[in-house]
Write a protein that binds this ligand. Structure first.
Ligand code: PMP
Length: 343
């Protein structure tokens, strides 16, 4: 019997789920790590927990203190929930372009939410930079102080994946994993998992699945940090080499469009019962490309980063899709064809 002391103890150790169609299509075994089963329904609970534990261990975070962060939402949700469980408050800065569902969840979890216009990183009013300045002033004004989680450049983030995600994947596949691939937001998942898997077995290939509008594919493909196009996916895409991404051992970079990724998400929900956000679609599309390049018989693992209900108003909303000139999957508008006798 395992008795958990708090919600914090059930972060991580997520199951691996075989992705049937992706596996059949490629002749490989493709698995998704069910990160949506974390308490905050995303992979970012891992980073949130490690960032908070690191700050406590370094004596930076006092009981009752405030955790400040700039986030596309998921890290904020993780920080707010872990904060509630351990006795900290949270102040979250989020670009207003992020989904309403994530903002609602943050408010529900008790975070003080500050919505700001989405401007590039180089702008001093970018959400990440704003959150840093806010943490500085709250550290001075708050009775119990404040810390800046700084998920992009605080390597406690990637340490979560060095110490947990990679080892879980190795154990869950009985050491059979041949490839690992995922997208980059902060880079914590890719670099942390990639570095540790390479350390365990250097023959494991590491892939990058990069959405359009992100500069990381260009960096690994031809040494140029250059972005083109755009994506409706949230939480991924990056324009610089963050401290967390530094030294990520990328062997196989792929660039994935929304037109390639979204139909995979819809198909996974309709035929495999997996309700996932857009970054998971980018990841699974990347895993399929990687499998095709590596050839049949390989075992490839990717991340199912968060749950799809978080984007019901966007990628699962026909009106939103039409406004972005993206195809609407038939079943989103279809009525069930079962004749219900008492309806
Ligand atoms: N998918 C989603 C939905 C996310 O919120 C994030 C984190 N921003 C990622 C993927 C990328 O994870 P990482 O920050 O570890 O690169």
């Amino acid at each position: 019997m395992q008795l958990n002391k708090s919600v914090v103890d059930v972060i991580g150790n997520t199951p691996l789920i075989r992705l049937k169609k992706a596996s059949e299509l490629t002749g490989c075994e493709i698995y998704g790590k069910a990160e949506f089963m974390n308490p905050g329904q995303s992979v970012k609970d891992r980073a949130a927990l490690f960032i908070i534990k690191d700050a406590i261990a370094k004596g930076k975070l006092e009981p009752g203190g405030v955790i400040v962060e700039g986030t596309a939402g998921n890290t904020g949700i993780g920080l707010a929930l872990v904060g509630n469980a351990l006795g900290y408050r949270s102040v979250i800065v989020i670009p207003e372009t992020q989904s309403q569902e994530k903002k609602d969840m943050l408010r529900l979890a008790g975070a003080h939410l500050i919505e700001v216009p989405a401007v590039p990183y180089k702008d001093p009013n970018n959400y990440v930079k704003l959150s840093g300045r806010l943490a500085e002033s709250l550290a001075a004004s708050e009775k119990h102080g404040a810390i800046w989680a700084n998920q992009f450049d605080n390597v406690a983030n990637r340490q979560a994946h060095v110490e947990t995600t990679a080892n879980e994947i190795w154990q869950q596949t009985d050491g059979k994993v041949d490839g690992f691939i995922c997208a980059v937001g902060t880079g914590g998942t890719l670099a942390g998992t990639g570095l540790r898997l390479k350390e365990i077995d250097s023959r494991i290939k590491i892939g990058l699945a990069d959405p359009l509008g992100s500069a990381i594919y260009g960096y690994y493909a031809n040494g140029e940090l250059k972005a083109e196009g755009s994506s409706i996916t949230e939480g991924i895409g990056q324009g610089r080499i963050t401290a967390n991404l530094e030294g990520a051992p990328v062997d196989m970079p792929f660039q994935i469009s929304d037109e390639e990724a979204l139909p995979i998400c819809y198909d996974l929900l309709e035929h495999e019962g997996l309700c996932l956000g857009g970054s998971s679609g980018i990841n699974v599309a990347g895993a399929i490309r990687m499998a095709k390049e590596m050839g049949p018989g390989n075992t490839i693992v990717t991340m199912l980063c968060d749950y799809g209900t978080r984007y019901q108003s966007k990628m699962f909303n026909p009106e939103f899709l039409r406004s972005k000139n993206l195809p609407v999957p038939g079943w989103l508008e279809r009525r069930w064809d079962i004749e219900v006798p008492f309806a």
